[in-house]
Design a protein around this ligand. Structure first.
Ligand code: SF4
Ligand code: SF4
Ligand code: SF4
Length: 361
């Protein structure tokens, strides 16, 4: 089969602020072939990153209206684009590779797709995390943030949840992928929380389980107990998800652990942990069972935080038997304010990557 249309999709995706780097092996083209038919790939290239109705897409692209809606709905169901329905009207938009098409393959993920993505991950990860702003920010365990540290609203799990009116919990695609690769994870699978500011928006979702706000809070509690890191969109207003991530499966945390990319390039962290050496009893629990990024080391008389690796998640604090750990807000010279909104994130990242994506706005 001719690869031209898939090379075109790859180029479009790499023109997005998120990026989609080329490899020498061409594995990214194999991934696209697995996900799109040539016709779907062609239609994908005609879409934009902003919502449009089917009539607007037909008018702008000169495509016949007949059958277009059905094709777009079918592509949305296959995780190739994003669709919302408000009242009786459906709106469609293009998705970047990550966060986007890859995560939306949850219902289609099989061993072949998992293997292709695993092969692509190192090349993609090195390119993806070489640009800022980072995709995700760390939300610490909220009870562990002292009011003295003056937390900002976007640093709090409760602010993100309180902004939502609809909640959907999905299986974690990273864990599902590792399971297909015979590396099962013993932590809970259904931990990816999607959040929307519109009531009832997830009611017809083909994937996941609609939950209430109080269940969303319970999910956060449970994932904290299980030792999962809360990661959310790196924006101040309106992050639409909270991922709950482990070191063995999460594509983001694995980039720190396995690719050796500095933590500060991978996620935006607003806090770091400190261990009081006078209180630490050197039990090792924080390092052995809680920290997901290897940010703790054994010292002569007490355990120590490796400052540059710590992402300030707070997981090491809740189980410390000596109450020796606390979270500290980063100083002005280290803190990075997230872009205000998703649109601002796209603009800033597009500028920093030097890509012109104006044709897709
Ligand atoms: S980013 Fe984390 S929670 Fe989200 S899908 Fe990956 S491992 Fe799961
Ligand atoms: S869990 Fe607490 S007491 Fe144990 S090593 Fe870590 S900091 Fe020290
Ligand atoms: S040391 Fe590890 S577990 Fe503790 S806050 Fe830092 S990243 Fe989280």
């Amino acid at each position: 089969m001719d690869d031209a249309i898939y090379k075109k999709v790859a180029k479009v995706l790499d023109t997005m602020p998120n990026g989609f780097s080329a490899t020498e092996s061409g594995v990214e083209i194999k991934l696209l072939k697995k996900i799109f038919t040539p016709e779907q790939a062609e239609l994908f290239c005609n879409l934009r990153l902003t919502f449009e109705t089917v009539e607007e897409i037909a008018q702008r692209t000169g495509r016949p209206l007949e059958g277009l809606k059905e094709r777009l709905i079918s592509m949305a169901k296959s995780g190739q684009l994003f669709m919302i329905k408000l009242g009786r009207t459906r709106y469609f938009k293009m998705l970047p590779w990550v966060f986007g098409i890859y995560e939306f393959q949850l219902g289609r993920l099989d061993r072949e797709l998992a293997e292709l993505n695993e092969e692509y991950r190192p090349v993609f990860g090195r390119q993806f995390f070489s640009a800022t702003p980072q995709l995700m920010q760390v939300l610490p365990i909220e009870e562990q943030i002292s009011e003295k540290e003056e937390p900002l609203p976007y640093e709090k799990v409760s602010s993100v949840i309180e902004n939502g009116q609809s909640f959907l919990v999905n299986d974690c695609i990273c864990k599902k992928e590792q399971d297909l690769l015979d590396k099962p994870c013993d932590r809970p699978l259904q931990v990816c929380l999607a959040i929307a500011p519109i009531p009832g928006i997830f009611d017809n979702s083909p994937l996941g389980r609609v939950i209430s706000k109080s269940e969303a809070y319970e999910l956060m509690k449970k994932t904290e107990e299980e030792g999962l890191v809360h990661l959310s969109g790196n924006v101040q207003y309106g992050p639409f998800y909270i991922c709950n991530c482990c070191k063995c499966c999460c594509g983001v945390l694995r980039s720190i652990n396995e690719l050796g990319i500095p933590a500060a390039e991978v996620v935006n962290a607003h806090y770091y942990a400190e261990i009081d050496p006078d209180k630490c009893i050197s039990c090792g629990l924080c390092l052995d069972e809680r920290c997901q990024v290897g940010a703790i080391e054994e010292g002569e008389d007490a355990y120590r935080i490796i400052h540059d690796r710590c992402i300030g998640c707070g997981l090491c604090i809740t189980t410390c038997p000596a109450e020796a750990v606390r979270l500290v807000h980063k100083g002005k010279e280290e803190l990075v304010t997230p872009p205000a909104t998703e649109e601002a994130w796209f603009e800033e990242r597009g500028r920093k990557r030097g890509v012109d994506f104006s044709a897709y706005k």
